[in-house]
Design a binder for this molecule. Structure first.
Ligand code: ZN
Length: 131
């Protein structure tokens, strides 16, 4: 297992972690397999989407903010229920195929760490299984 540490700087934010995940994958020196990208936090998530146009992650965050408002008579006393709900909607992990030692991603795809309750210190765990 490899660990990526990151600092987030906003309440909500999507950070492209593709290069760090590729580096962790390359260090395993396997030809083909599966890479699990997982975040062990209840108010964050992992997703894959376009990073060529920075408006795409902005739009995703804006839609999530509209769909899951910051306050909506939530019961959770910590006051960050919106972040918990977004974490479950987007999901804590993604699997990516590895071929020829590289992550198999589409031309426009990047792997994003999604912050929903920042700023905080966060980590992403990478586990690689050879096939
Ligand atoms: Zn909470």
């Amino acid at each position: 297992m490899k660990e990526i540490s990151l600092e987030t700087h906003s309440r909500v934010e999507m950070i492209d972690i593709t290069a760090a995940v590729q580096k962790a994958t390359g260090e395993k020196k396997i030809e083909s397999g599966i890479c699990l990208v997982y975040t062990p936090h209840t108010t964050a998530a992992i997703t894959i989407n376009e990073n060529a146009d920075p408006d795409v992650p902005r739009d995703i965050l804006a839609v999530l903010d509209r769909a899951v408002p910051l306050s909506a008579n939530y019961r959770h006393a910590e006051g960050n229920s919106a972040a918990h709900v977004k974490s479950s909607l987007v999901g804590a992990s993604k699997l990516v195929i590895i071929e020829n030692g590289r992550l198999v991603l589409g031309t426009w795809q990047s792997i994003f760490f999604c912050e929903f309750d920042g700023p905080r210190s966060r980590k992403v765990l990478i586990s690689i299984i050879a096939s």
